[in-house]
Structure formats: C-alpha cells, structure tokens
Design a protein around this ligand. Structure first.
Ligand SMILES: Nc1nc2c(ncn2[C@@H]2O[C@H](COP(=O)(O)OP(=O)(O)OP(=O)(O)O)[C@@H](O)[C@H]2O)c(=O)[nH]1
Ligand SMILES: [Mg+2]
Length: 351
C-alpha cells in the first residue's frame, strides 16, 4: 500500500514527505523517487504500551513516495502518470501560504485553482485512455460488463468527475482494476497554509476548494509546513502546549497520516504482551485467519481460533484479561470472523 505525494512546483510536497517519514528527500528511492514509511498515530497503542510496559512498541505505518512537481499548468507527464498508476492512493499538495520567500513557478495561484488543474489533468488522462479503449476494440473481444464499465467511466469523465466519485459494485471494481485508471484511486487533498491562515481558518479560495473536494469525494486536510517543522523539534509536553495555542489537538502530520490510513481502507488489530505491543495493518473486511497470516504464515496455516476483545471493552474492564475471561468477554472466534478495528487478538494455532 503506497501513497504518492503530488502537486504543483514548490507547493510543499517534499516538506510534507520529510515531516511524515523523517526521511530526507535527496535522491534515492525507486526511479529516483524518494520513498518512506510514516508512523500512523494511535493513542490506543500508546495506552496499551503504558499498561504492558513492553520491550518494543510498534505502531502501524503507511508508505509515501515524493513525486516531482506537475507542469506549470498542472500537466501530468505520461511518465509520471504511468508511475502514479502503480500506487494505491494520492495526496495532492496545494499551496495557500503566500510567503514571498518561496517563489511561484509562474503567477501566484490560489489552492482551488491548483486543485482544479490537477483534477482536470487526471480526468483528461483517463478520458484519453477510455476513448482509446472504446474506439480500438471493435476487433478485440470485450464482455458486455466491461463495455458498460468503460461507457460509465466515459460519461463520468466527460462530466469532469473522477471515476472514484461514484460507488462501483464488486464486479465493476475488479474490471476497473485491470484498466488502472488514475482517477479511480482515492485522493487526499493537503493544503499548505501559513500560521495566520491556520488560526483564522481562512484563505483565498477555501470555500470553492471545499466544494470541489466534496464534489469529488476527497477528504481535505490543512497543515502549516513551517509550523509542523517547529513542532517536530519539540519535546512532547512542549508540543501539546504549543499546539493548544493554535487550537490543535493533533499535529497536521498526525491527522494526515491517520487520514491516509483511512483513505486506504486500512484498520489495525493489536497484539499485546510484555515483549511487544503492536499494531498490525489489514484491509477492513479481513477474516481472522487471514489476519493471523499477517503475523506469520504458520499462524494462518495452523489457525485454530482467535481470542478477541475490542480495545474499548478491554479498557472498560480495567485492562485485565483475567476479568475479561471471568466475565466471558474474551470471545472465541473462528476463521471467518471479520476482524474489527481495535480488536486485541491472541491467535491459537497448530504448527
Ligand atoms: N513559509 C512557508 N514556507 C514553506 C511552508 N512549507 C514549505 N515551505 C517552503 O517552501 C519551499 C518549497 O517546499 P518543498 O517542500 O521543497 O516543495 P516541493 O513541492 O517539494 O517543491 P518541488 O519538489 O521543487 O516542486 C521550501 O523552501 C520550504 O521550506 C510553509 O508552510 N510556509
Ligand atoms: Mg520536492
């Protein structure tokens, strides 16, 4: 699961990437595109760690890649578009801050215009592909279902809507996966604001940007690159005091990492003990047996059952497995149980 950070030149993409992953952009990475893992904040893990006092605490992570800038009119090169198709989701960074120390590639543009350019570019890229497919394939065999999906995509795109804007059924989704259209991916919009804009909750183009994002079905998050860099260098207590001045409970980076996790439809289950408290990442809708396989293939193969209690219930029982067991709150679930976000699980298995 990987998310590409994309957007106009000097919007703050690499700043965001570095804040999320701690990595320096520099060179390296696949095809010269820097890649890195961002910690997904989860105070449930912090609280479990405080209770079990384990040797190791491991949070969930999500992978990001720092892409080069779009063209000045938001153009997506064929090469970049091709690379973006290998990703599961996109974060588009647009700039609202007006710091004169940071140049504008051409004329200053508002974040809603930058977003509209990006969306249009993505939609046109897909539309060209759809039309090519529809016109070319008279000789090739295509099922009626495939034809219908392509036609539906075409009319959405002609309305300037991304393919992800409507709900597709399972069959359509598996057809769409074969075509790998860009706008079928989930997108998160990150607005780089300055400190004043953050405090005032306002910047030029905000209302229109919000409307555009709602229309496309994209979540939107504001962050201030310079402020986040300061926060990152502080001690935890200092961070909280500092953020409170801006009315923030969580840093923009934490909110962004959590939103990215959600965007990918990922959830966490936990394993706890004196050695390790750990969050494991699965897709929503994963069975207990498959979830066991995340930890070890032996656990999946030899799966017997899962002992499960959800985090909230566990905490309500004073974080005591003994109490939970006595009250019959430690559920025994079989292989087809669908794991829920926040389940604390102990897998029983044969080797
Ligand atoms: N004033 C201000 N400057 C910022 C903010 N965020 C980033 N910058 C600065 O803006 C400049 C560009 O930021 P980058 O993160 O390199 O932008 P980018 O989108 O990766 O740029 P390219 O990859 O060259 O297109 C840098 O000098 C950053 O320090 C912010 O919130 N406020
Ligand atoms: Mg950059």
């Amino acid at each position: 699961m990987k998310i590409g950070i994309i957007g106009p030149s000097l919007a703050g993409k690499s700043t965001l990437f570095q804040l999320l992953t701690g990595a320096t952009s520099g060179h390296g990475g696949k095809n010269g595109i820097p890649q890195g893992a961002a910690k997904v904040p989860d105070d449930r893990i912090d609280k479990l760690a405080a209770i079990f006092n384990p040797k190791k605490t491991i949070h969930a992570t999500v992978e990001f890649a720092d892409f080069p800038a779009l063209g000045h009119g938001g153009e997506l090169s064929g090469e970049t578009a091709g690379r973006l198709k290998a990703l599961d989701a996109l974060t588009v960074v647009v700039r609202a801050h007006r710091d004169p120390a940071v140049a504008w590639p051409q004329e200053p543009i508002n974040p809603d215009e930058a977003f509209a350019n990006f969306l249009q570019e993505m939609i046109l890229t897909d539309l060209v592909q759809v039309e090519k497919l529809l016109s070319r394939n008279k000789d090739k065999k295509r099922t009626a279902a495939e034809e219908k999906v392509l036609k539906d995509c075409q009319s959405l795109l002609e309305d300037m809507k991304p393919i992800s804007a409507v709900h597709w059924n399972e069959e359509a989704l598996s057809i769409l996966r074969n075509y790998a259209f860009l706008s079928s991916r989930p997108v998160l919009v990150a607005v780089n604001v300055d400190e004043e804009q953050l405090q005032m909750h306002s910047y030029t183009g905000k209302e229109r940007l919000i409307a555009q994002c709602q229309d496309a079905g994209y979540p939107l998050i504001e962050f201030c690159g310079t402020l986040e860099m300061e926060i990152k260098q502080m001690e935890v207590e200092e961070q909280e005091l500092f953020m409170a001045e801006y009315g923030l409970k969580q840093s923009g980076i934490s909110r962004l990492a959590a939103a990215a996790y959600q965007l990918l439809n990922l959830i966490s289950f936990f394993t706890v003990g004196e050695d390790e408290v750990r969050a494991w990442t699965i897709k929503a809708g994963t069975t207990a047996k498959k979830a066991a396989g995340k930890i070890h293939t032996d656990m999946e193969r030899g799966f017997i059952r899962a002992e499960v209690i959800n985090y909230d219930e566990f905490m309500a029982l004073d974080a005591s497995f003994k109490t939970a067991r006595e009250l019959g709150k430690l559920r025994l679930e079989g292989k087809d149980y669908l794991v829920a976000d926040g389940d604390i699980i102990n897998f029983r298995f044969n080797v």
